[in-house]
Design a protein around this ligand. Structure first.
Ligand code: 7PM
Length: 268
């Protein structure tokens, strides 16, 4: 079992939302995403995760050209302002463009299973987050089942991390993530969360993303915009249990909570 990470890092979430107009409205979407990324950076995010929405549960697939149009200008602008950027994508073409634009991490909820994805990351020096997902974003929340969710998710994460290592990605560049809410019921998510000390002993840094998710709503009875306190509690407990990186919407609140936790001896 691993000690709490002395210096847990906070990843802020930036979604580049679909255009409200079929053309011409793009500037606004990209502009507000850039502003959001800068705000999260000022609030203390160690890096910001930029996503073009194709990986969201229940989301319709977004084509490559559209995802590039949404994501790449945001990456370029944030990198030019000195912000460390992660890009949430499953597509090798988007990975390559994001790496070219200066991204520091590729966050793939599909764990680099797309043809060409491993090559895209292996030919670079950036970090790679491999997340567990059962099924596809469209269908994964329809009655997910496991014999042993912790064993299955752990085995999958090791298999994907080893696949990256076999292609030449150094283990220090790999982050693993149990993928809370991606083909999991509340019960599955709780079992995985309780197994964090073991998952954090697997030899890779661990990312936890529970911010504002349905599990927080199920536990608290709160709607999505009322889940800040529940999300901060989950992030703090994840850090306490060894998570190296927490992916959150509410950066300011999470950074404050971690500061207090550390000052009061949580990192011992
Ligand atoms: C609706 C439901 C919209 C869920 C968006 C989401 C993770 C991620 C996401 C995660 C990593 C969200 C999710 N979640 N990447 N991307 N880990 N690595 O809350 O848990 O943003 S999408």
């Amino acid at each position: 079992m691993r000690e709490p990470t002395t210096n847990p890092r906070v990843m802020g979430i930036v979604n580049v939302t679909p255009d409200s107009f079929s053309d011409g409205g793009r500037f606004l979407d990209v502009g507000s995403a850039i502003a959001q990324g800068l705000r999260l950076h000022e609030e203390g995010a160690d890096l910001v995760d930029v996503g073009g929405e194709s990986t969201r549960p229940g989301a319709a697939a977004v084509d490559v050209a559209e995802e590039l149009r949404r994501v790449i200008p945001v990456v370029e602008a944030l990198v030019s302002e000195g912000v460390e950027v992660s890009v949430d994508t499953m597509k090798p073409e988007v990975m390559r463009a994001a790496i070219g634009a200066g991204a520091a991490m590729i966050n793939d909820v599909n764990a680099f299973r797309a043809a060409g994805a491993i090559e895209a990351i292996a030919s670079s020096k950036v970090d790679a987050c491999v997340m567990h997902m059962k099924g596809t974003p469209e269908t994964m929340q329809a009655d997910p089942r496991y014999d042993d969710v912790v064993a299955e998710v752990s085995a999958y994460l090791v298999e994907r991390a080893r696949a990256l290592e076999a292609a030449g990605v150094a283990p220090e560049r790999i982050v693993i993530d149990p993928g809370f809410g991606f083909g999991k019921t509340l019960e599955h998510n709780v079992a995985l969360f309780r197994a964090l000390p073991a998952i954090c002993s697997m030899g890779y840094p661990v990312l936890v993303g529970l911010s504002r998710k349905k599990s927080i709503g199920d536990i608290t009875g709160r709607k999505v915009d009322e889940r800040v306190a529940g999300s901060v509690a989950a992030a703090l407990l994840a850090v306490q249990n060894g998570a190296n990186l927490v992916r959150v919407h509410d950066v300011r609140e999470t950074v404050d909570a971690i500061k207090v936790w550390r000052a009061l001896g949580g990192d011992r």
